[in-house]
Design a binder for this molecule. Structure first.
Ligand code: SAH
Ligand code: SF4
Length: 317
């Protein structure tokens, strides 16, 4: 098993034939029963900074995975945890697809392997993983945790636990359970609005989990782990990007071990993204009020990089 893990996750073999340490009969058996080939279509952005893969799974379903290449050799893979998503956020292309099924742990791992093999050809590595693709990770909790453990395994892929981040729309039970795992995985919360009224318009799940309950779970996580939490806030033109909402957000989050990540909205036919000037202004208001805030770099607009966009456009799901 140790040799197999090394071959698959370190040497990144694509066929068992390459695993010369294994006996020939075993290689043939493995090739037949558990082939290593990953069936995928790849779309590369013109600037070569991002790529999106559409993986075909054994039941014919397709799932999206995105690679983001940052300066200095940082390569982040954005993985999906479900096919579609049951939570139907108004701004999200995945939400519009509806829910098909949970992904198995190995289907999550496979997404990372695909880009690890791709990067190997360019002498590069996957350095970070974010669960920000299709689906809600905390509604598929066990498979997500199992995949995290495989990717972190010292004898296998060996990606540092601090290099992995999970984003949730605010599933309170999931956040609490996660706090108790004792794992130094990063937690990101999709907030997108500083009050329940607006949040519920954008995210129906906000009716089940009020902001105060989400924040209480987040505080429990911080208390347990002493780790800084990221609040994600997509910037949608005229909807959640006004000065007043920035002030309200600063007031809501102040005093926590956290920072706000302002995400340029990847345009869909539902909404338009805020201008860069608006995002800067919003960020300044948060910073003036003592909150840490960063403005996320815009990736892959030409390859419909926000998850669900591609499958939706192609009518795949
Ligand atoms: N379901 C989880 C994780 C997947 S979505 C969650 O909602 O957190 C990952 C992030 O992408 C979320 O913050 C989500 O709000 C954001 N997102 C969805 N559609 C987007 C779009 N078109 N442009 C930018 N970000 C988007
Ligand atoms: Fe699901 Fe996250 Fe999209 Fe909402 S934003 S529909 S929770 S994937």
């Amino acid at each position: 098993l140790k040799q197999i893990k090394k071959a698959v996750f370190c040497e990144l073999i694509e066929s068992w034939e390459e695993a010369q340490v294994l006996p020939k009969e075993l290689r043939e058996k493995l090739n037949k029963e558990v082939p290593l080939k990953i069936d995928a279509e790849i779309f590369e952005s013109r600037d070569n900074q991002s790529a999106k893969a559409l993986l075909k799974l054994e039941d014919g379903q397709r799932v999206e995975t995105v690679l983001m290449r940052h300066e200095g050799g940082r390569n982040t893979v954005c993985v999906s945890s479900q096919i579609g998503c049951p939570l139907a956020c108004a701004f999200c292309a995945t939400g519009k697809l509806g829910f098909k099924r949970d992904l198995k742990d190995y289907e999550i791992v496979e997404q990372v392997l695909f880009f690890a093999r791709y990067l190997k050809q360019q002498n590069e590595k996957v350095t970070n993983i974010v669960f920000m693709g299709m689906g809600e990770p905390f509604l598929n909790y066990d498979n997500v945790m199992s995949a995290v453990k495989v990717l972190n395994d010292k004898d296998g892929f060996n990606l540092g636990i601090r290099k992995i981040s999970i984003s949730t729309s605010g599933i309170v039970e999931g956040i609490k359970k996660f706090a108790e795992e004792g794992l130094a995985v990063n937690l990101a919360i999709s907030l997108h609005a500083p009050n329940d009224e607006l949040r519920q318009k954008l995210m129906p799940v906000g009716k089940k989990y009020l902001i105060k309950d989400v924040l209480e779970a987040v505080d429990y996580y911080i208390e347990k782990t002493n780790r800084r939490v990221m609040f994600e806030y997509i910037m949608i033109d005229g909807i959640n990007d006004t000065d007043d909402l920035a002030k309200e957000l600063a007031k809501l989050l102040r005093g926590r071990l956290c920072f706000v990540n302002l995400i340029p909205y990847n345009e869909t036919d539902m909404f338009t993204g805020s201008t860069d000037n608006r995002i800067s202004r919003f960020k300044d208001i948060l910073m003036e009020r003592g909150l840490q805030a960063i403005q996320r770099y815009r990736f892959g607009a030409d390859i419909d990089a926000a998850c669900g966009q591609l499958a939706r456009k192609r009518g795949e799901l």
